[in-house]
Every structure is written in C-alpha cells, then in structure tokens.
Design a protein around this ligand. Structure first.
Ligand SMILES: Cc1cc2nc3c(=O)[nH]c(=O)nc-3n(C[C@H](O)[C@H](O)[C@H](O)COP(=O)(O)OP(=O)(O)OC[C@H]3O[C@@H](n4cnc5c(N)ncnc54)[C@H](O)[C@@H]3O)c2cc1C
Length: 404
C-alpha cells in the first residue's frame, strides 16, 4: 500500500517525507527545463532535453522496479504526484512520460518476460532508450478491436504489416509496443515490442498539429517488418487485454498531467490578475475575474483528489492482479479521474486566457499553450464519449453496453 494515501476514511492526504524529497527533485528538473521547453515550443522543435534531464536526475524510472537500471520502485500515488508537478510544465512534457513510462515501460513491467524487462527497462529508465505505444491506426481509434495491422510467423520470427497513426514519441522511440492480428483473422490479437531499427520499420512526425509543438507525434509504417520470436509481449492472443491494461496506466498519467495544467492556469491567472490594472484597480479585484479563479480552484481540488484516489486503487490492483473486482474499480476510478481532469484543465486554460485578455491569445504566454495543448486530453487514451459510456455502464450494468 502506498504511504500517505491509504486511509481514505481518515481523510489525511499528507505527503510523506520520502514523497516530499522526490517531489523537490522533480521540481528542480522542471524549473531547469522551463526555459528550454519555452524555446522548443515556440520553434516547433521536439524537446529532447526532457529525456536527458529527467534521465540524468534518475527520474525516468519512477514507477519501475529497482531491479532495472534507474528504476525507483515508487507506488502509483507517488508517481501521480510527480506527474502532477510535471504536468505544470505543459502537456508536451507530460506526454513524453505517458508514452515512454506509463504506456511503454510500465506495460513491459506488467507483461514482459525476464529478458524483455531487463532489455527495455534497464536502458529505458536511464533515458538511453525511449518507448512508445502504437495502438491507433487510421481506421481504428476508439475501436481498437477493429485494427488491421497483421502478423505472420516466418523463419522463426514474425513479419508485421500495418500502419499506426498519432503515436506519441513515435519518431524518437527506439522501440514501440505494437498490436496486430494473425494474418487473415480478426481475433487473437497479439502485442509485440518492435525495435525501430528492425527491417521494415519507419516513422515520420505528423505536421500541422493544432498544438503540442514540442512533443513528437508520429505515423509508423510496418512494411514486412521483421521481429524475432522474443518480441511478443504477454500471452499470445491476449493483446487486447494488454492494450486495455496499458491504457489504465496511460489514462492515470493524463489525469495527473491535467491536474498540473489546471494548477499552472490557476497560478498564471492569479498572478497576472493581481498585476494587470484596469478601471483603476488590479483586475483581480473585479468580481467577475475572481469568479474565473474560484472556479478553476474548485475544479483543481476535485481533479486532484479524483486522480489520487484512482492512483491509490490502481496501486492496490497492481499489488493483487488476481482481484478482478479491484481491477474494475481501479479502471472506473481512473476513467472518472481522466474524464474530469481533462475537462477541468481545458476549462482552466480557457478561463486563464480570458483573464489575460489579448495577452492570453499569444502562445508566448502559458495559458494559450495550455488551451491548445490540453485539448488533446479529451481525445487521446479514450475520448470523453468512450469514458462517459464506460462509466455509465459501470452504473447501469453490462446489459446496457452501447457498443461491443
Ligand atoms: C496528439 C495525439 C497523440 C496520440 N498518442 C497516441 C499514442 O501514443 N498511441 C496511440 O495508440 N494512440 C495515440 N493517439 C490516438 C488517440 O488515442 C485516438 O485519437 C483516440 O483513441 C480516438 O480515436 P480517433 O481519433 O480515431 O477517433 P474516433 O474513434 O474516430 O472518434 C471520433 C469521434 O466519435 C466518437 N465515438 C467513436 N466511437 C463512439 C461510440 N461508440 N460512442 C460514442 N461516440 C463514439 C469519439 O468519442 C469521437 O468524438 C494520439 C492522438 C493524438 C491527437
């Protein structure tokens, strides 16, 4: 059980001394990164310093076992607290963690065999290798079961053919977790760890995104891509379970990141409004401006506690993966946290832009960046609509499932 957040009935959420020390380290790296991130964002350049700086501070392996490289073995609540801080730096910085750590390494930790864990987690936690997660395709987004990437066994290995779209870290990754069906079938999906250096693998960045300018999002082509036998991740035929399970960790990271975005919008709006003078007084003294700040503050609290509660349930699930009731509870708590926190962060960014007036419309200021960047959090790793339906079915029961 994670310390500090175990006893919800006791309603004490104090950070432990260990958490405080860790969060100070994360805060230091975040502060170092901010000017670099500002430059990369305005120049539309992927920010490789995120990997390097967090890597050299030994902070890329936070939730990964100490057995591997720089793994720190922290619990999910502590990891979520770190992601909340990282999220304040923006959705680009946090998305790197979601792709590499939450969807990539955590999935290998959960499903990999000894060889895969040693190979990918040792270097991944040190930032010497980067991971990505390739589920989405041009024709399969909310419905991953309809994907068309296929594989066949050949010469003692596998040959994979398909196209993956909108993959975070996709063109900077050294390895990508990819999902495919056996050729000619639409059942028995399998997961593979595909190295970017494999024959038949290519990736290209997606241009003209509405935001996320310093984050890499890529299209990946697998054209007769050859991988060895040991690249299959998890039980053959259970790839969809690997994907859904990975998305629990991924969604939690999005929720935590959105809490950070909301916090940053609150800080920015409070600071700007107390300095900007109109009608003879700081605009923070105008009640309608105060309303924006009050609403952001309430949503921030709600998003934070939903996220930490979901993280504590997820931690309990990881400690006992045989308890399916606990898994379902964690899954729904994470969905609620992600849905709420994503909407809250977009609303907070919108309000912060409003408080800044015309200055809010410039991407040289943080609210505008948050507004365009955090928008994706209502789309990736489960759209609002998919999560709303999932949550509704958890109330109504399986007979009310609106899609299969
Ligand atoms: C910047 C960015 C980064 C991303 N990173 C990754 C990544 O690292 N890895 C990865 O695999 N994917 C990634 N994605 C893809 C993302 O997960 C998908 O975009 C998402 O799952 C939605 O799929 P879609 O875009 O195909 O939309 P669609 O599934 O086509 O949905 C379009 C609309 O229809 C609605 N809809 C669909 N089905 C239903 C239904 N049954 N009921 C009600 N409404 C429905 C949706 O909610 C949505 O509003 C990323 C996307 C972006 C934009």
């Amino acid at each position: 059980m994670p310390q500090g957040f175990t006893d919800v009935s006791g309603m004490r959420f104090d950070e432990t001394e260990e958490q405080k020390i860790l969060l100070e380290q994360v805060d230091r790296v975040c502060k170092e990164l901010r000017p670099i991130e500002d430059r990369c964002y305005l120049e539309h350049r992927q920010n490789d310093e995120v990997r390097k700086r967090f890597g050299s501070a030994h902070l890329l392996g936070l939730p990964i076992s100490k057995e591997y490289g720089d793994g720190q073995g922290v619990d999910m609540v502590t990891y979520a607290l770190a992601l909340q801080r990282i999220g304040r730096e923006g959705t680009c910085v946090r998305t790197f963690f979601s792709g590499h750590v939450s969807l990539g390494m955590l999935t290998v930790q959960k499903y990999g065999d000894a060889e895969q864990k040693s190979r990918y987690l040792t270097l991944g936690t040190r930032g010497e290798k980067v991971m990505a997660f390739g589920l989405t395709e041009p024709g399969a987004g909310s419905d991953p079961a309809s994907l068309s990437t296929s594989f066949e066994e050949k010469d003692g290995g596998f040959v994979i053919d398909g196209r993956k779209m909108w993959i975070s870290n996709g063109s900077i990754a050294d390895s990508v977790i990819v999902f495919a069906y056996p050729k000619g079938r639409k059942e028995g999906m399998c997961a593979f760890i595909v190295d970017a250096e494999s024959d038949g693998f290519s990736a290209s960045p997606i241009e003209n995104k509405m935001g996320l300018y310093s984050s890499d999002t890529a299209e990946i082509l697998l054209e007769g891509c050859r991988v060895d036998k040991g690249s299959m991740l998890g039980i053959p035929g259970k790839g969809l379970s690997v994907a859904y399970s990975a998305l629990m960790g991924g969604r939690l990271s999005v929720a935590a990141g959105c809490v950070g975005v909301t916090q940053d919008c609150l800080d920015e709006a409070a600071q700007y409004s107390s300095i900007r003078v109109q009608h003879g007084k700081p605009i923070a003294k105008h009640q309608l401006v105060q309303r924006h700040i009050g609403i952001i503050a309430v949503n921030l609290e709600a998003a934070r506690w939903l996220t930490l509660y979901a993280a504590s349930l997820y931690q309990r699930h990881l400690e006992d993966r045989t308890d399916m009731t606990l898994r379902a509870q964690a899954d729904i708590a994470i969905s609620k946290a992600k849905l709420f926190a994503a909407k809250a962060s977009f609303d907070a960014a919108n309000r912060a832009v409003q408080v800044f007036g015309a200055n809010g419309y410039s991407i040289e200021n943080r609210p505008a960046r948050h507004l365009v960047d955090t928008r994706v959090c209502q789309i990736y790793e489960g759209t609002n609509e998919i999560l709303e339906q999932k949550i509704a079915v958890s109330v109504l029961g399986k007979d009310f499932e609106s899609y299969s």
